[in-house]
Design a protein around this ligand. Structure first.
Ligand code: FES
Ligand code: FES
Length: 161
């Protein structure tokens, strides 16, 4: 069976089992290894991508359900999504990344959260991160980086002024 969808702005056609998890198509067929496969059960958030702009776990999304939809991975977001790029820069500034397995999924989840929640406080950011598990680092500094992005957005020259 054939499924066609947009992947990072380009047409992607997949001929194969429609139940193939999106994360396997990305990593094994397209060599897009930025999307991580960790738990494969929808708990850790490492495989988060955007489908029609909504963060979803790619391990639970069968390719056959993507017909006609638009998918963005961390590779695409790093190129075209200003919010994701700002978040990546803040993570680097705060020097919070360790093994890095969790971060692509965090960027995909939190970039959308930042777009939709310009007035979020620290607790709201923490709540938004419940689906992103990090085994290496303390979460507080990750929250610091997100708060930096929010402050930037409100500052003179930021995206909201
Ligand atoms: S690998 Fe998909 S949520 Fe963990
Ligand atoms: S930095 Fe290693 S899992 Fe988060």
């Amino acid at each position: 069976m054939s499924t066609t969808f947009q992947l990072n702005g380009e047409t992607c056609r997949f001929d194969g089992d429609p139940m193939t998890p999106l994360v396997d198509l990305l990593r094994r067929d397209r060599f897009m290894t930025g999307t991580k496969a960790v738990c494969r059960e929808g708990f850790c958030g490492a495989c988060t991508v955007h489908v029609e702009g909504v963060p979803v776990p790619a391990c639970l999304r069968p390719v056959g359900l993507l017909e006609g939809l638009s998918v963005t991975t961390i590779e695409g977001a790093s190129r075209y999504d200003a919010e994701a790029r700002r978040l990546q820069a803040a993570f680097e500034r705060v020097d919070v990344v360790q093994c890095g397995m969790c971060f692509p999924g965090m960027v995909m989840n939190l970039s959308q959260f930042l777009r939709e929640n310009r007035s979020a406080d620290r607790d709201a950011v923490k709540h938004a991160m419940v689906g992103n598990i990090c085994r290496c680092t303390g979460y507080e500094r990750i929250v610091d980086a997100v708060m930096e992005c929010l402050a930037e957005a409100h500052s003179p020259g930021g995206t909201d002024v």
